[in-house]
Each structure stands twice: as structure tokens, then as C-alpha cells.
Design a protein around this ligand. Structure first.
Ligand code: PMP
Length: 307
């Protein structure tokens, strides 16, 4: 049994074989995850301390590992058990009403030793940024399309969740340079909407819910959840190419992500989306259904942090 520190006021991390306080988790300057971004990760979250869709996140993690030809050296079951152990050790440190992001990372390791490289493995928790994002649930997200295009699948598949985020970081810098509160909506090389630096985009037009197909974006678990909830609510869905005309003329738009769940978009490049204000009626129904599914008022959890 590994020693656990979570109760001493500092969060703990699983780091390549042991559980240590976060401040003691160190990575080599020669680790390929640091040097090249040669690593894979996945992130889920908790709702009221309960982990969300861990198995689906681990399946996506294993697909990303396979795509990167990276052998994790452990089974999905072992990663699941370690994730739960790290989470349970850290839960006592969670403040009332807060929740965690829960992340697993596998780098290719440190070259130069005897034999093949062994992956560096990190499993960690960090509190979700409710306060800094709270206003988006009241006002909606202002969205800007940067000139930087999402990496095309011919170069590097956006469907794998890898450490190399420079493409989306550049997009985000360009957007934040114009408006520090804005969120990037990246286009693919064909000019259709792809995704944000950590979120998928949805549009509602004449009652139909549309989102870009998976070839050009990461298959978000919250994206999948939103599609499932739409089916349950008998809202028609389409996974299809969406261009800027579709975006500007949509009745509603929102983003999905593990942290955002469902967050309404207010404007795209300065154009107000729809006439209903935020959230629009379909967004509102989906947010309520999401809250019902996870057992936490997802909008209320953010709005409670408004200053
Ligand atoms: N696209 C990208 C590029 C992302 O990094 C994320 C966040 N993991 C998403 C979409 C949303 O995925 P999820 O709903 O699983 O958080």
C-alpha cells in the first residue's frame, strides 16, 4: 500500500510508481513530454466529488496512446484504480461547492538510459476555475475566429489528445490579444468551424442542433454527452460541416467541454448570435438536462462564484 499525503493540506499526485505531494513531483529536463510535447493526456472532472465518465475518458486516452505508438505499461483498469486513489486522497482538500479536474498524463519518457524508454506517468487533480469563468454563464462567451487554422488531420490528428497544444495556444494568443475575455473558435483548413483550444462548438438553427464532425476535432466527451441529451429531448442533431455563414445566422451557439459542460456564446467576431439572449431556449434545455444527468446545477455552480 502506497503512502498517502492528501490530508496534510497539500494535494497528492501519482508520479511513475508512487504517490507524492504535488510539490515533490518533479520531471526531468530531458523528458520527451517536456522537450517535444511527446506525450498524451486526458482530463475528466468531478461533480459533487463524483468522477464523470472515467471509463469513456480512459478509452479516449487509450486511443490517443495507440495513435502515438506509446505503450502506457499498464492496463486501463490499473489507471482507473490509481485515478480513484489519487482523487480519494485529494477529496478532503476540496472546498465546499468546488470540484476537481482529474488528469492522467503519459510522456514517452527520458532517453539515454539502458533499454527502451519507460513512460513518465502523472495522475493529478486540480480545482476547476469557477470564479474566473462565472460571468460567461450570465453574459455568454464572446468568440473570435483567429487566423491560425486548426492542424489538419493530414499533419496531426486533432482526434488524439496530445501534449502539443501550440496550434491552439497560438490561436488563443491571437484572440486574447484582441479581447482578453474572448474564446477562440478555430476554423479548419477548408474554412469550416473546427474547435476551440479546449472546447467543441455547437449551433442551433430552426430547432436543429449542429456540430462539426469528428474528423477535424477532438471527440469531446461533453460533446458526446450533449448529443446524447439532445436525442433524449427529441432535438434533431447533425454532425456536419459548418461555415461562418451558418455561425453568424445561427439562433443559438454554445461550447461544450469537461469544465464548461455547456456554456452559451454571446457574440462571434462582434456579431450577436440570435435574438433570444443567453442562454437561448435549446441551450437552456440542454444545460438543465446536463445538470440532471450529473446531479449538480452546472450553471448555478458557476454563478455562485460571481462577485
Ligand atoms: N477540443 C480540444 C482541443 C480539447 O482539448 C478539449 C478538452 N479536452 C475539447 C475539445 C473538449 O473535450 P471534452 O468535452 O472531453 O473536455
Amino acid at each position: 500500500m502506497m503512502e498517502v499525503y492528501g490530508m496534510d493540506g497539500e494535494r497528492v499526485v501519482y508520479m511513475s510508481g508512487e504517490i507524492v505531494p504535488e510539490s515533490e513531483a518533479k520531471i526531468s529536463i530531458r523528458d520527451r513530454g517536456f522537450v517535444y510535447g511527446d506525450a498524451v493526456f486526458d482530463t475528466t472532472r468531478t461533480f459533487g466529488g463524483e468522477i464523470f465518465r472515467l471509463q469513456e475518458h480512459l478509452e479516449r486516452l487509450f486511443n490517443s496512446l495507440k495513435y502515438m505508438r506509446l505503450d502506457p505499461g499498464m492496463s486501463q483498469g490499473q489507471i482507473s484504480d490509481l485515478t480513484m486513489q489519487v482523487l480519494e486522497s485529494n477529496l478532503p482538500l476540496l472546498e465546499e461547492g468546488d470540484d476537481y479536474w482529474v488528469t492522467q498524463r503519459f510522456t514517452r519518457g527520458v532517453p539515454g538510459g539502458d533499454g527502451p524508454m519507460k513512460p513518465t506517468v502523472i495522475i493529478e487533480c486540480t480545482p476547476l476555475p469557477f470564479k474566473v469563468r462565472a460571468a460567461y454563464y450570465r453574459d455568454g462567451l464572446p468568440v473570435i475566429t483567429p487566423s491560425v487554422k486548426r492542424t489538419p488531420p493530414e499533419a496531426m490528428s486533432p482526434r488524439a489528445k496530445m501534449h502539443n497544444y501550440i496550434n491552439t495556444v497560438l490561436a488563443d494568443l491571437e484572440v486574447k490579444g484582441q479581447n482578453p475575455d474572448a474564446w477562440a473558435m478555430m476554423l479548419d483548413v477548408n474554412g469550416n468551424i473546427a474547435e476551440g483550444p479546449g472546447s467543441n462548438y455547437f449551433f442551433v438553427k430552426d430547432g436543429v442542433l449542429m456540430t462539426p464532425g469528428e474528423q477535424y476535432v477532438l471527440g469531446g466527451i461533453s460533446r458526446q454527452t450533449a448529443l446524447e441529451l439532445a436525442h433524449e429531448l427529441s432535438i434533431e442533431t447533425r454532425e456536419t460541416d459548418i461555415d461562418m455563414f451558418d455561425a453568424y445566422t445561427a439562433d443559438e451557439a454554445f461550447v461544450t467541454s469537461t469544465s464548461f459542460c455547456i456554456c452559451p456564446v454571446s457574440t462571434i467576431n462582434g456579431t450577436t448570435i440570435g435574438t433570444a439572449g443567453v442562454p437561448g431556449p435549446v441551450t437552456d434545455r440542454l444545460q438543465k438536462a446536463y445538470s440532471g444527468l450529473v446531479g449538480v446545477d452546472i450553471v448555478g455552480q458557476y454563478l455562485a462564484r460571481l462577485e
